[in-house]
Each structure stands twice: as C-alpha cells, then as structure tokens.
Design a protein around this ligand. Structure first.
Ligand SMILES: [Zn+2]
Length: 248
C-alpha cells in the first residue's frame, strides 16, 4: 500500500507492535458491540418524560373538622414500560380541589411542587414522611377509624402513602400472616362484644362494637400508628391496626 504525501513532513514516529495490537483490539470490540442485538430500553422516571395525552388517576376525599368543605385530592399515574416485566406505575401529578378557597394559593403551590418532585423521578416516598410530620397549631383531629391526624397536610401525606401502597411503590408493613392474626383478633373482639350485649340484653350501637371502624370503642391510641386500636389481649397491649404489641 502506498500513500502519497502532499504536505511537508514535520515529524514522524514509528508504530510499535503493541500499539498496533491495542488499536486492533479496540476496533474489534467496537465491531462486536455494533453486531450485538439492541436490548429494549427500560424507561425510568425522569423530568424530560413527556406527559401522555391520557393518564389514569385516583381521587381521594379528605374531610377534616378543621375545614368546612371537603378536599378532593387527585393523583394521576403514568405507566412506564407497559406490558413488559418492567411495568411500573409512578405518580405523575397531583391536584387538590375544594369549595374552600381560603388556603387555595398554598394548596396550589404545594401540589405544583409535589408534581415536580414526582416527575423528577427517583425516590419520592420521602414526601409522605415530610407531610405526615406537619402539625397544625390549632390541634389535630381523629379521622373515622380512630386514626389521629395532626393536620390536614398530614392527612394529605397519609393519602399519598395509601396511593403509593396501592401502586406498589411503598410496601405494606404487615406480613400476610401478621395481618391474618390481627383480622382474627379483631373478629374475636367484635363477636365477644356482641355476645356480651346479647347476654346483657342491651342494644349495642355499631360504634360500641367497633363495627364502623373495625376497632372496639374502648381501644386506646397506638404509639406506633396513631390509631385508636390498642386493646389488652392476654396481658399484652396489642394494636389491631398495625400489630404493635407491648406486654406488661
Ligand atoms: Zn398501631
């Protein structure tokens, strides 16, 4: 092979055998990469992901004694890698609607920032703990079911927590065995309350048997899950909601 040199030679060096071998190895590797069949790309959440025309959503209602009107919280999800084994539901945006316009600007600001966090991708579950830790200086309230909410913002956190559990981004803390044991205890408790009422021929309201909330009316507040669901069983304080247990 001959090469015509049309310019002046200013410097030269001789290719060493090991350099030539290295260059050939690199070329071979590049060729091998190109020949490989392309793997399907797994799409992760990131901020340049375009919003599809249509998103699936869930709307939750928050009714608080601190607010005259209910709040309606809508969380829309995006489904990534649909139909593949990497299918994943991720929250994409959140809206709050209410007749109550008093706090509207703050609610809008909060939802816009949360939506931006959702779209950034990565772990968004920290939002739950941040919101649930917000206390209203006017005092909190008990939700139906006996769960203590320190503020409306905290309840918003609880709603997002429920949603993330539903779409599989947060794990439910209880093992199936634990949940079964708790359900059995709860059923025993309700049956005992009913039997007791029949024996004493008094009419038992649903709330007294714990039929509306699933927890007996005399249950105390659980230090772990803030639910009025702790009862004394076999000498142990046991939470019928989260399984918390303390003996003695
Ligand atoms: Zn508990």
């Amino acid at each position: 092979m001959s090469i015509k040199i049309s310019k002046k030679i200013k410097a030269y060096s001789v290719i060493k055998p090991e350099e030539k071998a290295a260059a050939q190895a690199v070329a071979a590797q590049v060729a091998a990469e190109a020949a490989k069949p392309k793997k399907a790309e797994v799409i992760q959440m990131h901020e340049r992901l375009e919003r599809p025309e249509c998103l699936e959503g869930s709307t939750y209602k928050i009714k608080s004694p601190l607010f005259e009107h209910a709040l309606y919280v809508t969380i829309n999800d995006i489904i990534l890698n649909q139909g593949t084994k990497h299918e994943q539901h991720r929250p994409f945006e959140i809206f709050i609607n209410s007749k109550n316009m008093e706090h509207f600007q703050w609610a809008v600001a909060l939802t816009r920032i949360m939506s931006a966090v959702f779209r950034k991708g990565g772990d968004v579950t920290f939002l739950v703990e941040e919101l649930k830790a917000v206390f209203d200086p006017r005092g909190g309230y008990f939700k139906a079911g006996g769960v203590y909410m320190p503020s409306v913002v905290a309840e918003l956190g609880a709603v997002i927590e429920d949603h993330l559990k539903r779409i599989g981004m947060l794990k439910t803390e209880l093992s199936p065995e634990m949940q079964e044991a708790i359900n059995k205890k709860r059923a025993d408790m309700q049956a005992a309350a009913k039997a007791n009422a029949v024996a004493n021929s008094v009419h038992l309201k649903d709330s007294e048997a714990g039929l509306d909330t699933g927890f007996p009316a005399n249950a105390t507040l659980c230090p772990k899950c803030s639910t009025k669901a702790v009862i004394l069983m076999d000498g142990c304080s046991t939470c019928l909601n989260c399984g918390y247990s303390k003996c003695g």
